[in-house]
Design a protein around this ligand. Sequence first.
Ligand SMILES: Nc1ncnc2c1ncn2[C@@H]1O[C@H](COP(=O)(O)OP(=O)(O)OP(=O)(O)O)[C@@H](O)[C@H]1O
Ligand SMILES: [Mg+2]
Length: 397
Amino acid sequence: MASITMENIGKSFGQTDVLKGINLNVHDGEFISLLGSSGCGKSTLLRIISGLERQSSGRLLIGDKDMDNVFPKNRSVSMVFQSYALYPHLTVFENMAVPLVMRKLTRLQRLPLVGRFIGGTSSVRQEMRDRIHHLAETLDIHTLLNRKPAQLSGGQRQRVALGRAMVREPEVFLMDEPLSNLDTKMRAHMRTELAEIHRNLGATFVYVTHDQEEAMTMSDRVALMIDGQILQVATPREIYRSPVHRKVAEFIGSPRINILPGIVTNPEIMEVCGIKCPAPKGLHGKCFIGIRPSRLIPSEQASGTWKARVTNVEDLGSSFLIHSTLAGEVRTISRMDSRSVIPQVGDKIYLKPQPDCAMFFDSEGWNHNLSSERPAQDIPVSALTFSEESHESAIAI
Ligand SMILES: Nc1ncnc2c1ncn2[C@@H]1O[C@H](COP(=O)(O)OP(=O)(O)OP(=O)(O)O)[C@@H](O)[C@H]1O
Ligand SMILES: [Mg+2]
């Protein structure tokens, strides 16, 4: 198995810098996801690892070997594409056999009539057949081996593409949005299967997706990419709980985190949507407060809360999402348990943040709790109280 080391990798297409100094260490046997919105450079980075593309600057190592001048076929990596990239004129069996035929047989041995008379060909072919049948059983496609791709469902095609990648027994699997063409149910099913395949193979997986749910449910670690840079690499739990930047907080979590603008008016006082409260030490000027929807919930009390107007209500079955507008312009989302009394569109509500739920971001978006050298949080949200002059509502929890 193999680790992957990326050192300051840059990639430009003409004048456009697509990757801007990527540093990432993927551990041996790890499942890591490259998560980011469309166009941020995920596929480009994956193609550089596979060798289909060459970086403009920086170094790539697989294991401890520099990959400069190593052809894709010599890299012990297999790539699974979003489009499956199966050969339409070949059967499932033949599609899966392609990587083995190319590797295990010489050009002469591959010849249809002559090949079989060359020494060793039949035993290699038998070995290949055994391996394909064994893999097909594992992936539950053994009854489909004689079909052509056009005769398969999306999920079946995806498993064939996976099988074709697995048959080579590579040290590294590179997957570029492999589930994005599947319906929701099949995606959830394949997520579990992929996680299980990873556990069984113990190989290194680099998985590209823009779907945070996929990244969060399968990965050991998530690398969040924004605009050609990796902003944070962390476990799913850590990246959700301690995002280093406001953009990470906004990308991770569904529905999206509420971001309320604030300003520190003097070293101790912060004003958030018209309400004054104590400011965390070291935070200056413009700032942002992040509160997850499940932690900003409607309350019956007017005191210690923000006043808001309900603009939409979404019924998700087990919970409700309450969209509202706060201070006339800031849009917020609250998640409520379906057993609660649910407000209606147009209702005036009071929004109450739960204890210790706020994240503080500075004017550039960096998480103040993490970027500061002082202890994590000087003033817990639970200690934030209304100033006397603030008559409306406040973050008094
Ligand atoms: N061969 C190329 N020539 C010029 N620009 C390219 C080339 N390949 C990619 N790009 C540009 O590089 C940027 C990153 O592309 P990339 O395919 O890596 O994004 P991505 O994160 O995979 O997006 P998506 O989620 O939509 O697949 C895009 O702006 C794209 O237009
Ligand atoms: Mg892509």
